[in-house]
Design a binder for this molecule. Structure first.
Ligand code: TYD
Ligand code: MG
Length: 471
């Protein structure tokens, strides 16, 4: 028997220590060590009792294809991989107030037309959930509600001969198991509560949704361990000031990861955005310098977003580099390549980069669009508003091809764009030419220098015009 003593567990990475410290040595996070007893954290061995021999079967055996539950909230179903798998456990993470409760209440509201759904809130009273449902137009949906936080009670209610089909537990940080000494929200509580509910979901065959708040560093609080335990991890993200919300698949055992669903937060709840490109480009101004349209791919869908750059003489000793929606390191790299390979000087300028609409982009394919916006801002020459841009930039300034070019071009054409600045696509000629089939004039470039030539107002015959004088 392990002697009961207090140990300190990092709430971010799960490392345990004998003594409290301000910083976790393992992950470097500050103020994440919380006191727990070792019996909660250190698993005991299996002991002497012998287990049963497990039965082995062939991989090519016949298994019953479980049919997915379809919520008819198409963006949500797609993010889940085409519908919800019975018996699966899904973690929905996101900042507090981003709309997780709203989303899941809408999902169970829609699902309840054909399936039995239970919504358990540990954060709100039943009346508050009812009020919210009223606002979402779901006041009459046959969803069973409960306000509870004890995992033991919840399990007793769900471990029924007729289990429900879908259960939402909102949120995992409020649930507790009464035989653990630590407070709700600590690693031990979150892990044990999730484990018990997931086990029950698998045994009884209901789909379980766990809501998890994200810490300010972006981890689902109480922590990475949860991501391993569930089948699917969805992140709900968005900028506070914007009404767009993006539901992103981080992990999915039953479908593709990196899929996204786009929603708009209205006063009547979340509404689906079927064509996000239209929305992200809605407020675009025509011919301005420092803006380019990037044809990106998010999951399986192409998406056009506007990239905005602003360069302005700095009043600081060290000029500022500020980025919203993209990677700061990547911006520095592109600035360095533009300076080293194209003789441009950003040195004494502050540089601001913004992905319009609150979208976050992680694709390297955005490099060229970022470079185009930067060059455009610096030289005050606009990128033509009817052109889309994509391509990855290498350190020597070469433009590298990216995946799914045809899907990107097709989306651009669908939204009425007429030109595309792209890397050299394999096996094609290099000069600009009316492209066969997709109706876009493609300008394939091999080096950043070519981009500069395209954006130079002095080039004769250039379709690119200077805005307000130019450089
Ligand atoms: P909520 O789902 O409670 O967030 P979470 O569960 O992730 O903490 O969403 C709260 C926010 O959503 C709140 O700021 C108000 C806004 N909201 C609307 O704009 N319209 C609505 O119909 C609802 C229900 C919420
Ligand atoms: Mg909530």
């Amino acid at each position: 028997m392990v002697k009961r003593k207090t140990i300190f567990t990092c709430q971010s990475c799960g490392t345990t220590y004998g003594k409290w410290a301000g910083q976790c040595d393992s992950c470097g996070e500050w103020n994440t060590l919380v006191a727990e007893t070792n019996s909660e954290v250190i698993p005991r061995g299996v002991g002497r009792a012998k287990g049963h021999v497990i039965e082995l079967v062939q991989l090519d055996g016949i298994s019953i294809e479980t049919s997915r539950l379809i919520s008819n909230l198409k963006e949500f179903d797609r993010v889940c991989g085409g519908g919800i798998i019975p018996g699966s456990a899904t973690l929905v993470g996101g900042d507090p107030g981003i709309g997780k409760s709203t989303l899941l209440l809408q999902v169970v509201g829609m699902l309840s037309a054909s399936t039995d759904c239970i919504y358990i809130s540990g954060e709100e009273a039943v009346d508050q959930v009812r009020m919210r449902a009223g606002r979402l137009g779901l006041a009459d949906a046959p969803v069973d509600l409960a306000s509870a936080t004890s995992v033991r009670d919840i399990m007793a209610s769900l471990d029924d001969a007729n289990p429900p089909h879908v259960v939402v537990a909102d949120s995992i940080q409020t649930l507790y198991v009464d035989n653990l000494g630590s407070a709700p929200g600590t690693v031990a509580q979150v892990r044990t509560s999730a484990q018990e509910l997931i086990r029950l979901a698998k045994r009884r065959g209901f789909a379980l949704f766990l809501v998890g708040h994200v810490t300010k560093e972006g981890n689902i609080a109480g922590p990475r361990v949860l991501e391993h335990m569930v089948d699917t991890v969805l992140y709900f993200e968005g900028e506070r000031g914007h009404q767009f919300r993006i539901l992103r698949t981080v992990k999915n055992r039953f479908g593709p990861a990196d899929e996204i669903g786009v929603f708009e937060m209205m006063d009547t709840g979340l509404s689906e955005v079927v064509n996000p490109s239209t929305l992200f480009l809605a407020d675009r101004e025509g011919e301005v310098s420092g803006a380019s349209v990037f044809a990106g791919i998010e999951g399986s869908r192409p998406m056009l977003v506007e990239i905005q750059a602003l360069t302005a003489p700095s009043t600081f000793g060290t000029p500022r580099r500020a980025v919203v929606g993209w990677d700061t390191g990547r911006l520095s790299m592109i600035l360095a390549v533009l300076e080293a390979r194209c003789d441009l000087t950003f040195g004494s300028n502050d540089v601001y980069l913004n992905v319009a609409g609150g979208m976050k982009i992680s694709e390297p394919a955005a490099d060229l669009a970022v470079a185009a916006a930067l060059v455009s801002s610096l030289t005050n020459v606009s990128v033509p508003p009817e052109a889309i841009v994509f391509g990855e930039i290498g350190l020597s300034g070469e433009i590298r091809p990216v995946s799914q070019s045809s899907a990107r071009l097709k989306e651009a054409q669908k939204l009425g764009f007429s030109e595309a600045i792209t890397p050299k696509l394999k096996g094609k000629k290099t000069e600009s030419k009316p492209d066969i089939g997709n109706g876009l004039i493609q300008k394939e470039i091999g080096h950043l220098q070519d981009l500069l030539t395209l954006l130079s107002p002095r080039t004769t015959g250039s379709p690119f015009t200077a805005v307000g004088g130019g450089a």
